[in-house]
Design a protein. Structure first.
Ligand code: GLU
Length: 525
């Protein structure tokens, strides 16, 4: 084994004396005291100012795995890219989780949860690797690396810093000191002992054991410009010391597995169980081909848009959950489970390749979801949505809550026959907007029978019960020799402007005497 650096040199290379020894870190972040089989999971977004639906999907998997095993789900902010302004971006993530009722448990003991605040930990682990000769300071500049890359490409070699191309891998102590005396700040690179001709076997909970060529690249662990870790090194340190048992992350990290296994092996730590999730896809309108939901082309990929459109949050979660737990839908329909929180799913079932994000299916979940709500819940949701997202015109509909409640109560009293035409809160309000005079659009196409409508007005009494009301309609139909339905249709269109509505009697009861008379008179003219 090669010699590592002496403590004084490590201190100079890292710019400061490492704060902790490894045993100190182990003691500071002890194994968690949790029941056997408990999963410790985390969502680890890089704050970009945008919460992708794929992120929500991962949050759901993580929090569900923790919840169903009585474990812990954490939120870790991967803000090591200091070029980005992250303050609002983090708030967007936190707010999204909150909107979906997904809570995390960031126990202070294992924090901090912003990677930018964990430098001491990374540097302490890097110091250990430097001391053991498993990492080294590298003084290559961007220009050096560019040159190496060009040479490699020209010669047909794989690009990267490895083997003979890793110029600084075996610098002597005095060479290192000379660079430092020269004012150069090194990055810290892994001293890779991997050989791509050998294979390393890594585990993924969905895919099983996967063989890869060993990693021979001397990847950067600590960046020279800001002293912060790369994703790989932060993942090693954080998921070890936060005692993560299961790492759920995008399939784009699959190819980094051999490196991550190598890092864990070097430290003598047990790697977590990995679950690499596939992308959420859509069918491209132009090409007809399946592709990843994109931030730019697909508004539904932005969680903020789903909220602004008023999708019921539980429906979105149920829809996403059914992708990873395909038996859920049936269990729910049979009444075997009440919600995703009492359906146990197995990580093995998570799809390995792109799952289609199907708006039609989301609509179905939304309709079912709203149909199961009590009127109070429905009103509360609609109002909360409107307060946050609706324009002032739309807000009219929530100004008289009793009227809104009456409108939304229509066809909700018989549990077997609950209307299923509400999808989103936005759409719910526009679906019932004809109840408000401001929104009511008289139907100018329909050919009203003025005599029939006059006949209706002459006997109309808002206090009639449903049977009396109907008998009057039948009587009018008989008198004019037309179908009952034709009389009802005249009224329906006069009152609502539409040919298709929920129960007409209920509509009249909710609209009230004056509005009914006014609209019928309007149609007669
Ligand atoms: N910050 C990484 C990402 O956004 C996290 C991956 C992981 O969960 O380990 O892709």
């Amino acid at each position: 084994m090669r010699d590592g650096l002496k403590p004084e040199l490590i201190e100079r290379v890292l710019g400061a004396k490492p704060k902790y020894t490894l045993p100190e870190l182990e003691e500071k972040f002890p194994p968690r005291d949790l029941p056997a089989g408990a999963f410790v999971t985390r969502f680890a977004p890089s704050p970009t100012g945008f919460m992708h639906i794929g992120g929500l999907y991962q949050v759901l998997i993580n929090s569900k795995l923790a919840q169903q095993t009585n474990g812990v789900f954490m939120l870790r902010i991967e803000d090591t890219d200091t070029k980005r302004e992250v303050k609002d971006a983090v708030q967007i993530i936190i707010d999204s989780l909150k909107s979906f009722g997904l809570s995390y448990n960031n126990d202070e003991k294992y924090g901090p949860y912003y990677q930018s605040q964990r430098k001491d930990i990374y540097h302490s682990v890097a110091a250990d690797l430097l001391a053991r000769g498993l990492a080294y300071p590298c003084f290559l500049t961007a220009a050096d690396m560019e040159r190496i890359r060009a040479e490699q490409s020209a010669a047909g070699f794989p690009t990267g810093i490895y083997g003979e191309f890793a110029r600084d891998r075996d610098l002597t102590e005095s060479e290192i000191i000379a660079h430092l005396d020269n004012g150069e700040v090194p990055s810290i690179r892994l001293y890779s002992n991997g050989n791509p001709e050998r294979r390393i076997f890594c585990k993924d909970a969905v895919r099983g054991s996967i063989g890869f060529p060993e990693n021979n690249e001397d990847l950067v662990l600590i960046k020279s410009n800001d002293g912060l870790p790369t994703y790989h090194f932060a993942h090693l340190c954080d998921d070890h010391f936060m005692r993560t048992t299961h790492v759920v992350r995008g399939a784009e990290w699959l190819s980094s597995l051999p490196l991550h296994y190598q890092l864990f092996q070097m430290m003598g730590w047990t790697p977590p169980m990995y679950i690499h999730t596939s992308t959420l896809d859509t069918i491209d309108k132009d090409t007809g081909k399946q592709r990843k939901l994109s931030k730019r082309h697909d508004p539904e990929s932005n969680v903020a848009n789903l909220l602004a459109d008023g999708w019921p949050v539980m429906a979105v979660l149920e829809y996403l959950f059914n992708i990873i737990a395909s038996g859920y839908e049936e269990a729910k329909l049979k009444g075997a489970v009440k919600s995703i929180w009492d359906y146990e799913f197995r990580p093995k079932k998570i799809p390995m390749s792109g799952a289609l994000f199907d708006m039609k299916k989301l609509e179905w979940w939304a309709k079912e979801n709203i149909a199961q709500m009590s009127v109070d819940e429905l009103v509360a949701n609609v109002v909360a949505w409107a307060q946050k997202y609706a324009d002032s015109m739309r807000k009219e509909q929530i100004s008289d809550l009793q009227y809104l409640r009456n409108v939304l109560s229509i066809e909700r009293d018989n549990p077997k026959r609950i209307r299923k035409d509400f999808i989103t809160w936005r759409q719910t309000l526009s679906e019932v907007e004809y109840f408000w005079d401001k929104f009511f659009v008289p139907n100018r196409e329909y050919e009203f029978n003025a005599d029939v409508l006059n006949a209706f007005l002459s006997t109309f009494n808002i206090a009639d019960d449903k049977d009396t009301w109907w008998n009057k309609i039948v009587e009018i139909a008989n008198r004019f020799g037309i179908k009952n339905g034709d009389v009802a249709m005249n009224l329906r269109v006069a009152l609502t402007g539409r040919t298709n509505t929920p129960d007409l009697y209920s509509i009249m009861q909710v609209m009230g005497k004056d509005r009914v008379i006014e609209r019928v008179q309007g149609a007669i003219k």
